[in-house]
Write a protein that binds this ligand. Structure first.
Ligand code: HEC
Length: 165
């Protein structure tokens, strides 16, 4: 979900992929690390990264689609509501209502992200002591003591709070 992503955040993440400080995870293990290989290319320098960041930061975010929530079956709606309650209590202050991020801040947009990705990021933060802005999330995960089920519910909520892209 990189449309409208904050420029400073974008630059930091791509630079971390380049240096290997952030390892890209993928549901398919064969594809993990693809971002790292891509960013390690010598042609991807600071200027290119800046240009990419500017391009995406200038794009408008996609509108939220509340209508989709009504299409979930009962069990999924309960999971969605559970995730929403946890998110609103622990995450919304930084990631914005419905996970749309905070413009002009390094707080990333999470809404619409596939659940598996969000789960993996949260599991990663739960087990690491990150540097830079990642340290904020590793601190949150330690404090909030979320169970695996909580993480699943939050990830499900975020995937479904807007339409799948
Ligand atoms: C104090 C502010 C703050 C709070 C509270 C917070 N976050 Fe974050 N979150 C951040 C920042 C800053 C980053 C960027 C971290 C980085 O550079 O890796 C981030 C990154 C993330 C990412 C990774 C996004 C990506 O594209 O890789 C996920 C997922 C996430 N947060 C989920 C959550 C959830 C779920 C909660 C609540 C349990 C939460 N955050 C609470 C500030 C916060």
């Amino acid at each position: 979900m990189i449309r409208g992503l904050n420029k400073q955040y974008f630059v930091e993440q791509l630079t971390k992929y380049k240096s290997g400080e952030r390892i890209q995870e993928n549901g398919d293990p064969d594809k993990s690390g693809e971002m790292n290989e891509l960013m390690a290319e010598p042609s991807i320098d600071d200027q290119v990264i800046n240009g990419l960041a500017e391009h995406y930061a200038s794009m408008e975010r996609l509108p939220l689609d509340e209508g989709l929530v009504g299409k979930l079956d009962k069990a999924d709606r309960e999971m969605f509501q559970g995730g929403r309650t946890l998110f609103d209590g622990t995450c919304m202050a930084c990631h914005g209502a419905q996970g749309i991020g905070i413009p002009q801040s390094p707080m990333p947009h999470l809404a619409g992200q596939i659940a598996l990705y969000t789960e993996k990021r949260l599991q990663f933060y739960a087990t690491q002591s990150g540097s830079g802005s990642a340290a904020i999330m590793t601190g949150i995960l330690k404090q909030a003591a979320l169970t695996d089920q909580d993480i699943k519910h939050i990830a499900f909520y975020l995937e479904n709070v807007v339409g799948k892209r």
